[in-house]
Design a protein around this ligand. Structure first.
Ligand code: B12
Length: 208
């Protein structure tokens, strides 16, 4: 099994090459990608965030940690995404306006692809026009991500924008809660990427 503690430490200190070689060693040894992700990589992001809250690290350290995380994610993505089946439906995904955090969004996109959905990735800083573009490309579900308490309220605007349509909207991200989702009339909320897949499964079954 890959040394999860070493992976976590390497991500937190932003050592991209070390992350790459540790994660690759895990893959080569036949380790489970989800275990590497949940046992080493995600805890690293959580801890660096806590350190930021305590003023023990600053934005540049968060940024280099995020880059190291993305390098590791790129390596495990193929293992998370199973291949070779017809897309079950189309989902567009984007981080809301004013928000540049994309690691969680990327993970949700990877897991949706792995579950057989076609994913249109709209990127970060998405206003309602951007989400409209995803719908024009054939998506019927919008997955909205927000990591800041200041950008989360934009999700309400997205829900309002699509209120009189058949578009379904699911939301998530660290500050988001089920309570908030209910309050703004979103069609689903989950606190992790697997939960996002379950929500999409249910919404597609309902519309089938
Ligand atoms: C990395 C990071 C950054 C990086 C982002 C790089 C990138 N490419 O994403 C950089 C350095 C750029 C950054 C910048 C800032 N950040 Co920042 N950042 C983080 C950090 C450490 C990790 C976020 C992360 O990637 N987590 C790992 C992923 C896997 O988790 P996740 O995003 O929550 O996603 C999971 C779930 O939420 C869910 N999910 C996510 N999206 C969706 C969508 C749907 C539909 C569903 C169903 C589920 C779902 O599934 C995911 C997988 O399980 C967090 C700390 C934290 N604990 O979250 C702070 C944090 C979010 N940042 C914070 C702050 C304050 C900032 C800045 C304002 C700092 C500054 N002064 O400039 C800026 C804002 C820039 C902007 N306009 O967006 C605060 C937010 C506080 C608040 N309450 O609003 C946090 C919480 C740190 C802290 N403890 O204070 N940040």
């Amino acid at each position: 099994m890959a040394d999860l503690q070493k992976i976590k430490d390497a991500i937190m200190s932003g050592k991209r090459e070390e992350v790459t070689s540790l994660v690759q060693a895990g893959i080569d040894a036949g380790d489970n990608a989800v275990e590497i992700l949940e046992g080493g990589m995600i805890p690293a992001m959580r801890e660096i965030g806590d350190k930021f809250s305590r003023n023990e690290v600053y934005v540049p350290q968060m940024l280099i940690a995020a880059r190291a995380m993305q390098a590791g994610l790129a390596l495990i993505e193929p293992a998370l995404v199973s291949s070779g089946h017809q897309p079950l439906g189309k989902v567009c995904i984007g981080t809301v306006k004013g928000d540049l955090h994309d690691i969680g969004k990327n993970l949700v996109a990877i897991m949706l692809k792995g579950a057989g959905y076609q994913v249109i990735d709209l990127g970060v800083n998405c206003d309602v026009n951007k989400y409209d573009e995803g719908i024009k490309q054939g998506a019927t579900i919008i997955a909205c991500s927000a990591l800041l308490t200041t950008t989360m309220p934009y999700m309400k605007e997205v829900v309002e924008h699509f209120k009189d349509t058949d578009v379904k909207i699911i939301i998530g991200g660290a500050p988001v809660t089920q309570n908030y989702a209910d309050q703004i009339g979103a069609h689903g909320y989950s606190d992790d990427a697997n939960g996002a897949v379950k929500l999409v499964d249910v919404l597609f079954k309902k519309s089938a």
